[in-house]
Ligand binder design. Structure first.
Ligand code: DQA
Length: 142
């Protein structure tokens, strides 16, 4: 089983970006841990990051074309703005698990709305890098 792990804007700066909110782990640290666990579960990870909305849309289409079992998606700020991502999630059959490092509901009002969440199979938020690990555990049980 192939699992796409897609990351949106500013997550390339993870580790140094507002560490009091997002922690000290880099995206590479998280990728390493996901790959280790995926190997144990007999899954394959394809992990990517982009600051560009359209790349995330293209990769959701690609996940379906490659018959991925699931997409783990941290759309970052696009979570709260992107009708295009919502439509892409609805356009593919591949189940999408929404993840966040922080818990957006405890933060500013504008983070309380999630376009991604309106079409995601489920959401895991607030556990730092562990949110990704929990999403992988969920995907392994699909
Ligand atoms: C985030 C939460 C978003 O509100 C924010 O824009 C991010 C990261 C998270 O993982 O906690 O960039 O998706």
């Amino acid at each position: 089983g192939l699992i796409y792990v897609l990351n949106g804007p500013n997550l390339n700066l993870l580790g140094t970006r507002e560490p009091e909110i997002y922690g000290h782990d880099t995206l590479d640290d998280i990728a390493g841990r996901l790959e280790d666990r995926a190997r144990e579960l007999g899954l394959e990870i394809d992990m990517r990051q982009s600051n560009h909305e359209g790349h995330l849309v293209d990769w959701l289409h690609e996940a379906q074309a490659r018959d991925a079992r699931a997409v783990i998606l941290n759309a970052a700020a696009f979570t709260h703005t992107s009708v295009a991502l919502l439509d892409a999630i609805k356009a593919v059959r591949t189940p999408v698990i929404e993840v966040h490092l922080s818990n957006p509901h405890t933060r500013e009002e504008f983070r309380h709305v999630s376009f991604v969440g309106r079409a995601a199979k489920g959401t895991i938020a607030g556990f730092g890098a562990t949110s990704y690990m929990l999403a992988l555990e969920a995907a392994a049980r699909f």
